[in-house]
Design a protein around this ligand. Sequence first.
Ligand code: NAP
Length: 279
Amino acid sequence: MSDRKVAVVTGTSSGIGLHTAVGLARRDIRVVATMRDTGRAGQLLDTAGKDGVELAVRELDVTDRDARLRCLDEVVAEFGTIDILVNNAGISVAGSLEQLDDAALQKQFEVNFLGVAALTRQALGPMRRAGSGRIVTVTSNGGVIGEPFLDAYCASKFAVEGLMQSLAPVAAQFGIAVSVVEPAAVETNIVQNTDLRCLGTDPDGQYGPLTEKFLRFVAEGFGTPQSPEDAAAVVVEAATSDTPRFRWQTSEAAVESVGLSLRDMDGSTVVSATSDILR
Ligand code: NAP
C-alpha cells in the first residue's frame, strides 16, 4: 500500500475546488477529484496536465445519497483510505426570506449543509479507524456575517460552521483535524450560477428597489475578487499544515469581515455595515 496520502475533493469542475484538487496533487497527494458531471472535467485535467500532476476523476453529486455512499466506499476500496476530505461544492440561492419558498431553502441546504454533513459523517469512519485525518470545509465570510438577500446562503454556511465547530473537539479525540476555510469574494462561476429567486418574487411590490441595490452590491463586490488559485492555496494549506487550526480566511478582505463579526458582541456593527448595502 502506498504511503502517499489520499484526498477527496468535492465540486472540482471549476473554481476553488478545481485549483484545490490540483494544488493537493502538487503536494504529492493522491487526489480523487469529484464532480457531478465528469464530462466537465476538461479544465481540471488541462490544469493538472500543465502542472505535470495526475488525479483521479469520479462522479459525485453531493445531494445524491446513494452516489455519496458508493463514491467514498469505492475510494476506500481502491485507495485503501481517506486521509483528507475537502467539502468544497457549493451553490448560492439569492433572495430575502419573503422571496424564498421552502423549496428554495431546501435546495440551498441540500448542497451546502446536508451534503457536507453526510459526506463528512461517512469519511469519519475510515479516518477514526486510522487515528488521523483532515476534514476541511469551504464555508465563506458569509458563514459568520449574514448579508441581505443572501439569507439562505449565509444560513447554510452558518449551519455548516456550527456543525464543524461542534465536531472539531470530538474528532480531535480520534486524531482528526476539522477546519473551515472562509473566502470573501473570489472570481469563480458562483455569481453567474446564483439562483436569483429575488428576481422572481416581489411581495406587495416593495422589494424591487432593494433587490436592485443588492444586485448592484454583488456586481461591485466582485470588482476586485481574489483569484481561485489564491483561495485554493489556503484550502491546501488548511488540509496539509503541520499546525492545523479550525478557522482560515483566504484573503485580507475575508480577515476583515470575519473579524468584524467575531468582535461584534451586540451585533450592531455588522447590521449597520450590512444595512449600508441597501442605502
Ligand atoms: P464554482 O466555480 O461555482 O464552484 C462550485 C462547484 O460546486 C462547481 O464545481 C459545481 O459543479 C459544484 N457543485 C454544485 N452543486 C453540486 C452538487 N450538488 N454536487 C457536487 N458538486 C456541486 O464556485 P466557487 O466559488 O469555486 O465555490 C466553491 C466554494 O467556495 C463553495 O462552497 C462556495 O460557497 C465557496 N465560496 C465562494 C466564494 C466566491 O466568491 N466565489 C466566496 C465564499 C465562499 P457544477 O460544475 O456541476 O455546477
